[in-house]
Unconditional design. Structure first.
Lengths: 463, 167
C-alpha cells in the first residue's frame, strides 16, 4: 500500500486514526503495531515473516547485549552477531543476485540462483535494527523490554517502506510516552497534504516528462538536459514528498520524526547538499560507520579512506548495481575535493556555489537513473554535446516548452521562501483560514489526480 | 527474560535463519505446466523474424530427439545471419536435463566459432545467451531479451511475490 492511494487515504488511515484514538493510551502501541503489520502485509504478505523474524531477533539481541552489560561484560560479541545477522539478511535479499552475476562474469564462479525479490523496506528497517543494537551497546538507550514497543519501532507504517530512518535513541522515549493534541494532529495533516501534493501533483507529472524523454529514439543536447532536469525534480519531490507524509503521519500519532530534506537544491556546496538531502541516511552513516571508523579525527589518508568507504557504501545502499556504487564513489571524490582542495572557495560566491552544486548533482542523477554504466556515460556525452549530437530538436523544444510552467513551479517549491511565507501565515490568526482553504484545495486536487491518473510510481520503494 | 532463556532464544532464532536461507538456496522448482512455461517465455521475447522449428531442425541443431523429451518448443531465426534462438525443454529426468544442457553448450560454442571474426554483434548475443537448467526444465535463449525470458521462465517455476532475485 502506498500513501498516495485512495485505499490508504480514505480507508486505512481513517480506520487506524479512529482505532488509535479510541483505544486506551496503554494499548495504542499495540494498535499501531497491528496496523503497521497489516499495512506491510497488504503488498507482500510473504515477507511479513521476514520482518517478524527481524523484530524477534533484534529484540532478543538487544536484551542480550543489555543482560551481558549488567553482568559486567561489554556485549561486543552480541553486538557483532546482531549486526552480522542483519547484514546477512540485507546482503542475501538485496545483493545476492548482484554478487552472483559478478562472480559469474568475472571469475566464472556459479552460485545457486536465488528466486526471491527484494522485500519492501528491508534496507530501512535493517538500518533501524542496527541503530537499536548499537544504541543499546553504547548505553544511549536501554534494551527495550516490551516486544510490542520494539515491534512498533521496526515496523511503524509511516516510515516503514521509505524512511526516514529513525535512530532508536531518538524515539525510545516516545515509544514509552508521547503527547498528542489537535494542534499537533492539524500540523501533521498539513505536512501530509503538502507531501501528497509534492508527490501527486509534481513528482508524477515530472516523472511523465522524464519517461517521455527517456522513450525518445534519439536525444539532442536539449532533450537530454530536459530529461535530467525533470528527473532531478521528480526524485526530490517523490522522496521528500514521501518523507513529509511520513513526518505528518507521525505527528498525527504523537511521534516527532526529524526532518529528512531541507531545500537540498539551494545548497552552495556538495557538503551542504548532503546535509540537506536524505538527512536521516547521512546521519545514520555518520553515526554508525564514519565516526566508528575515526571520522575526520585521523590523518589525511585515513580520512580520505573513511570518506570513500562511507560514500561507496551509501551508493551501494541505494541498490545492487555498479551504477549506484559509482554514484556513491563520485560523491566521495567530490567531497574529498571540496574538503581538501576547494575548502576556502566553496560557498564564497553563493550563487556560483549553488549553480556548480546543481550541475554536479544533475550529473550524479544520470548515474542514478541510467540502466547501466555504459548508458550513463552515453547520456552524459549527449548532455555535453560530444560527437555528432544535435544541439536541439523538435522533441526537445516540445518537452521544454510544455514543461516550462511545471519546472517553474517545481523550482518555487525547491526554495524556502514560499514555505516561510506559509509558516508565517500559519502562525497568524487570520492567515490560518486561508491556509486551511489552500490545503483543502490541494487535497481535493490530489484526490482528483489519484482517481484519474494511473501513473503513480514511488522511486524510493525499490531501495 | 532470564539470561538462560535469552541464550536459548538466540540459538533458536539463528537456527531458524539457517533453515530459512538454506531453504531458499535449495528450493526445488515447482511442477510446471509446460504450455504455461512456453507461453510466458514466448511472451517475454520479441519473436519477429523467427519461426517455430520442427523435430528435424531440433535434431540437426542440437542432436536431440524430440520424441524422447516430455515437451519442447524451439524458435529459430529466419535469417541465416541472425543468431536469435529460444529452446524450452521438459525432460523426463534430471540426468536427461543434464544431457540437454551439454547439447546446448555445444551448440552455443559452435555458433560462437561460426560468427567469430566477422559478426561481433552476433558473438555478443551468443556470449550473453542464457542456458538455465532447473530440475527437469531447460531453457536456452539467444536474444536481446534473454534476461527477461529467463525471469519469465523462473517466475513460472518459482511462483513468488516478486520474481527473480537480481534486483
Amino acid at each position: 500500500m502506498v500513501f498516495s492511494s485512495i485505499v490508504f487515504i480514505f480507508t486505512f488511515l481513517p480506520v487506524v486514526i479512529l482505532a488509535c484514538y479510541l483505544a486506551p493510551v496503554k494499548l495504542r502501541n499495540f494498535v499501531l503495531l497491528l496496523a503497521s503489520l497489516v499495512f506491510y502485509a497488504w503488498g507482500e504478505p510473504v515477507y511479513l515473516f521476514l520482518m517478524l523474524y527481524s523484530i524477534l531477533f533484534n529484540y532478543v539481541m538487544g536484551l542480550d547485549i543489555a543482560a551481558k552489560q549488567e553482568k559486567g561484560r561489554t556485549g561486543r560479541g552480541s553486538l557483532a552477531l546482531g549486526v552480522a545477522v542483519n547484514l546477512i539478511l540485507l546482503g542475501f535479499f538485496k545483493y545476492y543476485g548482484f554478487l552472483a552475476q559478478n562472480l559469474l562474469q568475472l571469475f566464472s564462479i556459479r552460485l545457486p540462483e536465488v528466486t526471491v525479490g527484494l522485500p519492501i523496506g528491508l534496507s530501512f528497517y535493517t538500518f533501524q535494527s542496527i541503530s537499536y543494537l548499537a544504541d543499546v551497546y553504547r548505553g544511549k538507550a536501554g534494551g527495550q523490554r516490551s516486544l510490542i514497543s520494539f515491534g512498533l519501532y521496526i515496523s511503524m507504517f509511516p516510515q516503514l517502506v521509505a524512511g526516514p530512518i529513525v535512530q532508536y535513541a531518538d524515539i525510545d522515549a516516545q515509544l514509552r510516552k508521547r503527547f498528542t493534541s489537535w494542534e499537533l494532529f492539524g500540523e501533521g495533516t498539513r505536512y501530509f497534504v503538502g507531501g501528497l501534493a509534492k508527490k501527486v501533483l509534481l513528482a508524477n507529472n515530472l516523472g511523465a516528462v522524464f519517461e517521455a524523454v527517456s522513450g525518445l529514439s534519439s536525444l539532442s543536447v536539449l532533450s537530454a538536459w530536459v530529461g535530467a532536469l525533470a528527473y532531478a525534480f521528480q526524485i526530490y519531490f517523490d522522496f521528500s514528498g514521501y518523507s513529509d507524509m511520513a513526518i505528518g503521519l507521525g505527528k498525527m500519532f504523537g511521534f516527532a520524526f526529524k526532518e529528512n530534506f531541507h531545500f537540498p537544491y539551494c545548497a552552495r556546496s556538495i557538503t551542504e547538499f548532503w546535509r540537506r538531502w536524505h538527512i536521516s541516511l547521512g546521519s545514520w552513516f555518520r553515526e554508525y560507520v564514519y565516526i566508528p571508523m575515526g571520522g575526520n579525527r585521523v590523518g589525511v589518508l585515513k580520512h580520505i579512506r573513511n570518506l570513500l568507504v562511507v560514500w561507496t557504501l551509501t551508493g551501494l545502499w541505494h541498490g545492487a548495481s555498479w551504477n549506484f556504487v559509482v554514484w556513491g564513489f563520485y560523491y566521495g571524490v567530490l567531497l574529498i575535493g571540496e574538503k581538501y582542495i576547494l575548502r576556502k572557495a566553496a560557498g564564497r560566491i553563493p550563487v556560483l556555489g549553488t549553480a556548480c552544486t546543481l550541475l554536479l548533482v544533475l550529473i550524479g542523477w544520470v548515474f542514478f537513473f541510467s540502466p547501466s554504466l555504459g548508458a550513463a556515460v552515453e547520456y552524459l556525452s549527449v548532455m555535453a554535446g560530444l560527437g555528432s549530437v544535435p544541439l536541439t530538436d523538435d522533441a526537445g523544444m516540445y518537452y521544454l516548452l510544455s514543461s516550462l510552467a511545471l519546472f517553474a513551479i517545481s523550482w518555487l517549491c525547491c526554495v524556502p521562501q514560499p514555505f516561510r511565507l506559509m509558516d508565517r501565515l500559519w502562525k497568524r490568526e487570520g492567515g490560518k483560514t486561508g491556509l486551511y482553504l489552500f490545503y483543502l484545495a490541494l487535497f481535493v486536487l490530489c484526490t482528483a489526480y489519484l482517481i484519474h491518473d494511473t501513473y503513480n510510481p514511488f522511486l524510493y520503494f525499490r531501495f | 527474560m532470564k539470561y538462560a532463556a535469552l541464550q536459548a532464544a538466540k540459538l533458536l532464532l539463528l537456527a531458524v535463519l539457517a533453515v530459512l536461507l538454506w531453504g531458499i538456496l535449495h528450493a526445488d522448482p515447482q511442477q510446471a505446466d509446460f504450455s504455461v512455461l512456453r507461453e510466458q517465455a514466448e511472451q517475454a521475447m520479441d519473436t519477429t523474424g523467427m519461426r517455430q522449428a520442427d523435430a528435424q531442425l531440433l535434431r540437426r541443431l542440437y542432436g536431440l530427439n524430440g520424441g524422447e523429451l516430455a515437451g519442447w518448443a524451439l524458435w529459430t531465426s529466419e535469417d541465416n545471419m541472425a543468431v536469435e534462438e529460444l529452446l524450452l525443454a521438459e525432460c523426463v529426468s534430471e540426468a536427461q536435463a543434464e544431457q540437454v544442457r551439454e547439447a546446448l553448450e555445444a551448440r552455443r560454442s559452435t555458433q560462437i566459432q561460426n560468427f567469430e571474426g566477422y559478426g561481433p554483434e552476433q558473438v555478443r548475443l551468443l556470449e550473453d545467451s542464457i542456458v538455465e537448467v532447473r530440475g527437469v526444465y531447460v531453457l536456452f535463449v539467444v536474444s536481446e531479451q534473454a534476461r527477461e525470458v529467463k525471469d519469465a521462465f523462473l517466475s513460472v517455476l518459482y511462483p513468488g511475490p516478486a520474481g527473480t532475485g537480481n534486483q
